[in-house]
Design a protein around this ligand. Structure first.
Ligand code: SAM
Length: 290
């Protein structure tokens, strides 16, 4: 039975080990059992699953995952939390704690060695200062993943699932939607954490696509075009791409490519769908290589 997940037990453990929160590690620990249940449920964790948890903290969500999963691997950067985790997870034989920076860990190697390269579930209350690098790192390294179910800032969750023409739509929306289908499973207020974060949070589940939703000749080029289009949101697409150091093509060629896409010459990048960015990048790719 999980023992953590409420303010009393959490404060007792923190006091027992004289733990001091490190802001630089984005430490906001969960103290609400309903939210913990909701995360595990949203991830659909079963006894068949190996779960990778990023940032176990004092092991609160880890206990819930150990109850639900076959095996849990928890990666924690803060070495002062390791003796605490040894204590709070002592009742479980299906957990391994790794003291490492998740951004430096070879996750593909880990999944290969520990799960025969079969897809894992990634579940975490993420450190907010590195949400994007963690998620993009998992996508770009093509780690075998079934779904990623994570607590993130509410605003970031909104950005991940926004579509064209909305204020939250941007490079992150397109990157996430290229690799996965996002769905917000719960909104979580600051009082569910200790210490309380200054912003609202949300649990988002990202179901990885089995096949990419669009075909692109050069993924890297498409993402350079996307970044260039959103770097200068107020500019037209043609000017945004022309002013960007990411794309080195004469303005006439860029205008020609936009014309071939069949949209207005004064369109802004924020109006384009993922499919349109894919087509545009394929047209530009052909022009660059002809
Ligand atoms: N899972 C715990 C919970 O829900 O109560 C703690 C979540 S807290 C928001 C984020 C955790 O990630 C902290 O324990 C922090 O030390 C850890 N962390 C921060 N940066 C990390 C990194 N680069 N690699 C691994 N863990 C990290």
């Amino acid at each position: 039975m999980a023992t953590l997940g409420n303010p009393k037990e959490t404060i007792e453990i923190l006091n027992k080990y004289n733990f001091t929160f490190q802001k630089k590690f984005g430490q906001n620990f969960l103290i609400d059992t309903h939210v913990l249940d909701k995360i595990v449920k949203a991830a659909g964790v079963t006894k068949d699953d190996m779960v990778l948890e990023i940032g176990p903290g004092i092991g609160t969500l880890t206990q819930y995952l150990c109850e639900a999963a076959r095996e849990v691997i928890a990666v924690e950067i803060d070495k002062t939390l390791i003796p605490i985790l040894r204590d709070t997870l002592s009742a479980y034989t299906n957990v391994t704690v790794i003291n490492e920076d998740i951004l430096k860990l070879d996750i593909n190697k880990l999944v290969q060695e520990r799960n025969n390269n079969k897809p894992v579930k990634i579940v975490a209350n993420l450190p907010y200062y590195i949400t994007t690098p963690i998620i993009m790192g998992l996508f770009e390294a093509h780690v075998p993943v079934d779904n990623i179910t994570v607590m993130v800032q509410k605003e970031v969750a909104d950005r991940m699932q926004s579509g064209p023409g909305t204020k939250n739509y941007g490079a992150l929306s397109l990157a996430v939607q290229y690799y996965a289908k996002p769905y917000i499973a719960a909104n979580v207020p600051p009082n569910c954490f200790i210490p309380r974060p200054g912003v609202g949070s949300a649990v988002i589940r990202l179901n990885l696509h089995k096949e990419r939703p669009v075909q692109v000749s050069d993924e890297n080029l498409m993402f350079r075009i996307i970044r260039a289009s959103f770097n200068q949101r107020r500019k037209t697409l043609v000017n945004g791409l022309n002013n960007s150091s990411e794309i080195s093509l004469p303005k006439e060629i860029i205008a020609e490519a936009i014309d071939e896409l069949g949209v207005s010459p004064t369109i802004r990048g924020e109006a384009l769908t993922l499919e349109q960015f894919a087509i545009l990048s394929n047209v530009i790719y052909n022009k660059m290589n002809s």
